[in-house]
Design a protein around this ligand. Structure first.
Ligand code: SAM
Length: 422
């Protein structure tokens, strides 16, 4: 493994020595990562205004949700459909994931990309502020480097307005940017896995977060960019490997899966999340956004506990209209595609076996279903505490499972694309 850049040096002695991360650092990073919003501070988890309640992504809820429901698979399949609509140009297909989470969506999309474009070089940038999510994502990548050697994978903790270009906006942030380039040696998944695992101490050092005292928002302590590629493909990838300070977005595909808090204002979703992402599209590029839609058995559970509950406050039409307004004249080169319901909505569900629902439903199934419903509905802990003492939520969940023979949800997808002649 060839690792360049001075900032790696302090961590270098510790490469391969995971045990050496101080317990305190690890605890602190984990605690902060647990609070990591899906995007950047004040963008995805927040409503953006000072003093507002900040939604904290509960780690356990997220992990339980992604492991018990098919959502991230279904999102991967929805994004895959967009591969037929992109028009990549040499030297590489350019993809940006605006909040990679546990990496399930991205690695599934990478497999689909390989199927469709087996010999084209990939340039893939994944934005993620949570250290634990960076770990979960990276551990899914060794086989990707094996199957698709012509690939540059970049992970960054930069903000939405910075990440597509790999450029911090303020001069002080730019001067502290930790830019690490890792050329993976060898030719097998196991060799790549070893070298990627050995990066953990460096990641723990670079992926620290800090809470802005004025806004309560979470941000990076130090901006960081990690560039990974196979050493034996360095020559081929020379013009694809990004260089510090020479930012280029021009993406063929931007993935924005659940990139903001559902209850954030529409102005916020448009101006702080989707508009900067739309600006990062290259000619013929396509942004696909996915959000929860409601009106499903999961929503029924929420309403069974909190009558009239509706976290799904903006549909794709409202959001696209707001993005168009925010972009002003810059919207002229873009197309806003809010397709009819039958083409925008797709389903995902909780994994259950028929016999689990037919008989007396076990507690772990009930808890997983309740967790999925409150996770999708992004119900804050304080509100949960008020209902957990009575067993009503379990009865409501059981009834919904019985009535629908399981649990399923609607997601909604919409696209923004850049005209090819711009
Ligand atoms: C790390 S981000 C999203 C990462 C990645 N793009 C993904 O789709 O898994 C996770 C955040 O997205 C939100 N989120 C993820 N899946 C969701 C869903 N199905 N419904 C509602 N919110 C969701 C949660 O607020 C959580 O804070």
């Amino acid at each position: 493994m060839a690792v360049t850049k001075a900032s790696l040096n302090p961590g270098r002695e510790r490469v391969g020595a995971l045990k050496s991360i101080s317990a305190q650092d690890e605890k602190r990073t984990r605690a902060l990562a647990a609070e990591a919003p899906p995007g950047n501070p004040g963008v995805s988890a927040d409503t953006g205004s000072k003093g507002n309640f900040r939604f904290n992504d509960n780690r356990q809820k997220y992990l339980m949700f992604v492991n018990t429901c098919t959502e991230k698979w279904a999102v991967g399949e929805r994004v895959e459909q967009e591969l037929q609509n992109i028009h990549p140009k040499p030297p590489a297909i350019r993809v940006f994931d605006a909040g990679v989470g546990d990496g399930t969506v991205l690695t599934r999309v990478m497999r689909s990309m390989h199927l469709r474009f087996p010999t084209m070089p990939f340039y893939i940038v994944a934005k993620e502020i949570s250290l634990e999510d960076v770990r979960l994502t990276l551990e899914k990548t060794p086989d990707r480097f094996f199957e698709h050697p012509a690939m540059v994978l970049v992970i960054t903790n930069l903000y939405y307005k910075e990440a597509p270009w790999l450029n911090p906006q303020s001069i002080s942030s730019a001067s502290t940017l930790s830019w690490n380039e890792v050329a993976l040696s060898g030719t097998t998944s196991r060799e790549f896995e070893k070298q990627i695992t050995a990066l953990q101490p460096m990641l723990a050092e670079n992926w620290r977060t800090t809470v802005n005292k004025a806004t309560g928002n979470l941000g990076y302590e130090r901006p960081a960019v990690l560039v990974l590629y196979r050493e034996d493909h360095r020559f081929l990838l020379n013009s694809v490997i990004p260089r510090r300070g020479v930012g280029r977005a021009d993406y063929d595909l931007v993935i924005a899966s659940q990139p903001y808090r559902l209850r954030a204002s529409v102005e916020f979703k448009a101006s702080r999340v989707l508009a900067p992402l739309a600006k990062a599209l290259g000619p013929g590029g396509r942004l696909v956004a996915i959000q929860s839609h409601g009106g499903d058995p999961g929503h029924e559970i929420l309403k069974g506990v909190w009558k009239d509950e509706n976290p799904f406050i903006h549909d794709r039409h409202q959001i696209l209209k707001a993005v168009k307004e925010v972009l002003g004249p810059a919207a002229r080169s873009l197309k806003f595609n809010s397709t009819p319901e039958n083409r925008s909505l797709f389903r995902h569900e909780m994994h259950t076996m028929p016999e689990e629902i037919a008989g007396s439903i076990g507690t772990s199934t009930l808890f997983a279903a309740w967790n999925a419903a409150i996770y999708v509905g992004q119900i804050e802990d304080a509100r949960l505490e008020q209902v957990l003492h009575s067993g009503e939520y379990i009865d409501v969940t059981r009834e919904a499972l019985k009535k629908h023979g399981g649990l399923w949800f609607w997601d909604e997808a919409f696209c923004i694309s850049r005209r090819r002649d711009f």
